[in-house]
Write a protein that binds this ligand. Structure first.
Ligand code: GLY
Ligand code: MN
Ligand code: MN
Length: 492
């Protein structure tokens, strides 16, 4: 797209969050009546707090805690939110701000502003929580508060249950809410899909803009900068879903490159591959897209081999996806497809089934095939109770092994990398070693890797690709040479 066109960002969808609350209430009611418990109590969540940079008074840019964002869509820090399970009534508690807030931070908004913007039933101040909950919801003695407490299966960290002065006067339940709200987040509504499609459209275009500007001699961070500028300037995306991975040359085999200690600062050389993993977030909902291409705009022989192996896996998975399909089987399909392509090119040899059984696909693709996506890049719900994370190489990296369900959004991101730290032990193992053509692999020594990542929405009978980037080698070469690529964004 032309750099000066403006995109049309969607307005704030208060109804989306009201719909999320409705689904939670229905699920909680179903759970309570199923376990013969009375339909009483409130789900109570504490929103995120603004953080200072270490000991200074510099405020980091705040982004709402994801479960709180899911239910209330509140962008400001310091809030609490409650939902009465019996009536469905929604309540926000806003922080009471000091008078000089108006001098330093701007208008102190009245409670009516939050009621109108977030379309909740009633708004009080945070310092009124204990009294409000006591007065309005304690008709049978103590009010029962369902608090959010549970572990992220990706980070191992626990969500922080709400706490406030006087909470000891209430009965609390720490175990019910987390799995139920997490499961609600797994299935996306049409309005959630619309936001994720917008984030995808903006990110797809920003990727294409990077693709068109890349050339030898640039720095990786300049590619990051082009993406960030484009997504913010033309898509109104202030946040990204995650730190940009702008890896070129050997860096493209470092799976989570781009962090502070590896800050996208290499100079691009003619002949390098680029692996660009970048996704913008809009109104809390994210995208997660990877494009891989040669920075000089022309695939050479080895680049074509590895790229097409990964693309074949990406396309094979997408063509098999539909409700009921097990994600672990899709991961194995991707591994097998990549191994078969490498075998055709004499990079490996021997029986692919035997390689799969020894989990040697994980030497080339050590990460999982993909993950649920939504308000978080690695959206929760990958391992509901009763589902154990596999232990074997490669499979242990899967952020989910669930069966696909209609309404899920999941990334498909196969990759093929030449990582010394994984190739060396394979070479040292007398049985594994025989499957590899080490002479051929030597030719890929500084190659790095390729990843192709798209965001897929699972439909009733298949899936829809929300990502719109050139994928075939000839399409990429054409777009990098200036050919048009269809835009999905309505221009204003
Ligand atoms: N960008 C992180 C991931 O693909 O999971
Ligand atoms: Mn991803
Ligand atoms: Mn990614």
């Amino acid at each position: 797209m032309a750099g000066s066109s403006a995109l049309a960002p969607p307005g704030f969808p208060a109804e989306l969050h009201a719909g999320n609350r409705e689904r939670l209430v229905a699920a909680l009611r179903g759970h309570l009546s199923g376990s013969a418990r009375p339909l009483r109590g409130l789900a109570l969540l504490q929103g995120g707090e603004e953080q200072n940079r270490h000991c200074t008074d510099h405020l980091e840019l705040f982004r709402q805690e994801s479960y709180f964002a899911y239910l209330f869509g509140v962008r400001e820090p310091g809030f609490y939110g409650a939902i009465d399970i019996a009536s469905g009534q929604s309540i926000l508690f806003a922080p009471r701000l000091p008078p000089d807030y108006v001098v330093w931070m701007g208008e102190i908004k009245p409670l009516s502003y939050f009621k109108d913007r977030y379309k909740v039933d009633v708004v009080f101040y945070v310092d009124e929580i204990a009294q409000v909950l006591q007065d309005k919801f304690s008709e049978h003695g103590k009010a029962l508060l369902f608090l959010l407490y549970g572990k992220s299966s990706d980070s191992g960290n626990y969500s922080k249950p709400a706490t406030f002065e006087g909470i000891e006067k209430f009965d609390t339940d720490l175990s019910t809410l987390h799995p139920i709200i997490t499961e609600c987040r797994v299935i996306k509504s049409d309005m959630e899909i619309a936001l994720m499609q917008y984030a995808n459209d903006v990110s797809s275009e920003a990727h294409i803009e990077v693709m068109r500007q890349v050339k030898p001699g640039m720095k990786e961070y300049q590619l990051e900068s082009i993406f960030l500028h484009h997504a913010y300037m033309y898509g109104a995306c202030r946040h990204c879903s995650y730190t940009c991975i702008c890896a070129t040359g050997e860096n493209s085999s470092v799976l989570h490159y781009g962090h502070t200690a590896a800050p996208n600062d290499r100079t691009l050389n003619d002949g390098d591959m680029a692996l660009m993993d970048m996704g913008a977030e809009y109104s809390f909902y994210g995208s997660d897209i990877t494009c891989s291409y040669p920075i000089n705009g022309k695939f050479n022989g080895n680049q074509t081999i590895v790229y097409n192996a990964v693309l074949k896996a990406h396309n094979a998975v997408i063509s098999h996806m539909q409700p009921g399909v097990k994600w672990i089987d899709m991961h194995k399909l991707a591994e097998q497809t990549i191994l078969e392509s490498l075998e055709k090119e004499n990079i490996i040899h021997g029986d692919i089934g035997a390689m799969m059984a020894r989990r040697l696909g994980a030497v080339f693709m050590p990460h999982g095939l993909g993950h649920l996506l939504g308000i978080d890049t690695h959206d929760p719900g990958g391992y509901p109770e009763g589902l154990e994370r596999p232990k074997e190489p490669g499979l242990s990296s899967l952020r989910t092994i669930r069966e696909l369900k209609e309404g899920m959004v999941i990334t498909v991101e196969p990759g093929c990398y030449f990582i010394d730290a994984l190739l060396r032990p394979a070479r040292d193992d007398p049985i594994s070693s025989k499957f590899f053509n080490w002479e051929e692999i030597e030719k890929y020594k500084n190659f790095g890797g390729v990843r192709i990542e798209s965001d897929l929405y699972v439909t009733a009978h298949g899936c829809k690709n929300m990502t719109n980037c050139p994928r075939e080698t000839w399409e990429i070469e054409a777009v990098m040479a200036g050919a048009p690529w269809p835009s999905c964004i309505a221009k204003t």
